[in-house]
Each structure stands twice: as C-alpha cells, then as structure tokens.
Write a protein that binds this ligand. Structure first.
Ligand SMILES: [Zn+2]
Ligand SMILES: [Zn+2]
Length: 361
C-alpha cells in the first residue's frame, strides 16, 4: 500500500493536508453512509491505514526511506493484514474468514461489525392506514448460522490458541488519531478478541457465520402513515455473524388502498353524486366510513355541485398525534346525457318556471 496514493496527497504534503485528505476520505466512505457497500468499506479501512502511517512521523519517515508501512516494533494491527496471515499457513478461505473477523474488532466504533439494513416494502389497506394496527410482515434475512451459532468456525474441529495475543484476545497499540496519539488496548486483530483460532471453518455457512432465513414478524404500525414513510426497527435487519450486531429493518410504506376515498393530508374525501331533484329538494344518504361502518348524512335543499359536507373526526388517524382528521363528502350532481321524449317535455316546462331561470346581473 502506498499511503500517499490512498489519500491522494503529494509526498511533500503537510500534516494539515494529510489530515484534511483523510477526513474527506473517511467521511465519504464511512460504513454508516454506505450501508452494504463493501468497496466503500475497503476504501474506508485503507484510508485509516494510510492515515495511521502518514500521521506518525517515524512511520512516515520509514515509508519514505524504505517503502514499508510497518514501523519497527509495531503490533501490525494496521496495514499488514496479509503479512500476518501468510505466516500462519492458513488456507485462503480461513484467511478470508479471519480477515472478516479482524475487521469485526477494528472496523467500527462500537467494536462490533454491524449487519446490513434490510428494507421491506409494506402495502396497507384503508383500515390499517386510518387506525394503525398490527401487521404480519414476511422478511428474509441473515441470521446467525445454526450449525456454528454464528462463529463461522467448525464446532467439531476445535481451535488453537491465538499466537499474536497468546489467548488473551487483547493487544496493546499506539493509535494516531486526529486528536493525537493514544496507547490503547484493543481486540486482537488476528483472532478478533476470542483468543483462539479455529482449525476449520464451518462447512454450513463457509465461515460467514450467518444463513438466510424467512420469518414472519408482527409489527404495530401507527395510524396516519403515508406512502414513502419509513418505520425503523433497530436490530431487526441482517445479522453479520461472527460476534457482530444485526442491522436495522426498515419498513417502507408502499401503496395504500384508500378504496372509494381520496386523501387530503389527515382528511378523507368521499365523492357523492346526487340527482338534480335531490339537489333542489334535499335528501338523506348513507355514507361508508373508512373504519368499515357507515353513517347517514343529510344534503340540504338547494345544494350546488362542489359543496363539501364535513363529518368530523372520521378521517385519517393523525400520525404521532391524538385524534383524527375529517371525512368530507363532496357533492356532484348527475346530469343525464340523454332523456326520453316525455322527460324532455317535462324539462321544457321546467325551463319556463320562475325559480329555474338563471338571473344574470
Ligand atoms: Zn456456520
Ligand atoms: Zn489473538
């Protein structure tokens, strides 16, 4: 690894320039910002390694002179992963497994690798959207391997004591951070803090420590959700295996079936078409309610098209607030496109009636 190339700085770069380049690379490739993107994760680790070297004057000097990123007496936790493993005569699969394992201790702030988030789309029917309620949701996610309990190691083959930490699981190292140098004790990068190295990887999960599993989970959804809303269930996403912690499950509200209604924020609008005589004389109607009931409504005499009648507190439940919006009945008036001969005569007579004349001012 050439730390100058990794951070994209000149060999003559000042400590300030190096710090700036590292900060930019770390921000851009941070695992929290790029969930599931393993290339970004690799770049994030590379940048950290490069910064460890270039921020330490003696290691920078050693690299400038000898082209190596390993300072004499260093614990090798950073920068030399391949070299550490090559000495153990491990096969490739086991080495890959151990590298994952090592990252579990060094890669994330909490000290444990975090699984990927899982996004599941959820469709809602009207009653669930209006009142909220329990949903059964099918998910397929990575769970700890049942054969090895998530360790990734063959449970029958046993393990050897880790040579780097001599079984303690801890190593001391000097870390150079943006805030200065610290002497820290951290999980051993070779064994990931377990103190032992498995002799064989689990044949069921090939060392990953997880397997796919379908399950149904019950979730209580609040009232008043809209398309595009997310519900985040912490720790219900993919499990990364190997002592890590699961990511989150994000329920993405997809389609909501509003039935005969249309939604205006917390209100629901029901279109009601009435006849012309009903508009003139007034009438009573039965209106479906979004919660499955029905209610009567009175349309007064002389109602014009476009009139909105309000039935209070029968609309959508308000998200994260108390109460409900309104049910609005919007009146339209039916105009027949064709009439029969006798009807036409009647209409002609109506046309002459005083009350039916349109008075233009
Ligand atoms: Zn397994
Ligand atoms: Zn160890």
């Amino acid at each position: 690894m050439n730390p100058y190339e990794v951070l994209g700085v000149d060999r003559s770069a000042s400590p300030e320039e190096i710090k700036k380049a590292y900060r930019a690379a770390a921000m851009k490739n941070h695992p929290d910002r790029n969930p599931g993107d393993h290339q970004a994760e690799e770049r994030f680790k590379e940048a950290a390694k490069a910064y460890e070297v270039l921020s330490d004057p003696s290691r920078r000097d050693a690299f400038d002179r000898f082209g190596t990123t390993e300072a004499a007496g260093s614990f090798g936790g950073m920068g030399g992963m391949q070299d550490i493993f090559s000495g153990f005569g491990l096969d490739d699969a086991l080495r890959a497994f151990m590298e994952n394992f090592g990252f579990a201790s060094a890669g994330s702030r909490s000290g444990a690798i975090r699984g990927d988030d899982l996004v599941v789309k959820v469709d809602l029917d009207l009653q669930d959207a209006v009142l909220g309620g329990r949903q059964e949701i099918e998910v397929e996610r990575n769970v700890p391997c049942s054969n090895c309990s998530g360790t990734g190691a063959d449970p029958e083959a046993g393990s050897d004591t880790c040579r780097q930490c001599k079984g303690s699981g801890k190593v001391a190292s000097v870390r150079n951070t943006l805030l200065g140098s610290f002497r820290t004790v951290s999980n051993c990068p070779t064994c990931g803090g377990s103190g032992s190295i498995p002799r064989k990887i689990c044949s069921s999960c090939r060392g990953k420590g997880y397997e796919k599993k379908k399950s149904t989970i019950a979730v209580d959804l609040p009232a008043g959700l809209s398309k595009g809303h997310y519900i985040r269930l912490r720790g219900q996403g993919h499990h990364p295996g190997q002592g890590g912690v699961p990511g989150d499950l994000k329920l993405l509200i997809n389609n909501i079936d509003y039935g005969p209604f249309s939604r205006e924020e917390d209100d629901l609008v029901y279109p009601l078409t009435i006849s012309y005589p009903q508009a003139v004389l007034g009438a009573e109607f039965t209106i479906p309610q979004p919660d499955g009931d029905s209610t009567g409504i009175k349309v007064g005499s002389g109602t014009v098209a476009g009139t909105r009648l309000k039935i209070r507190h029968q609309g959508m439940g308000r998200l994260n607030r108390r109460g409900r919006g309104d049910l609005i009945v919007e009146i339209d008036i039916h105009v027949p496109s064709r009439v029969k001969r006798g009807e036409k005569d009647l209409l002609k007579k109506m046309e002459e009636l005083e009350s039916f004349k349109v008075k233009h001012r």
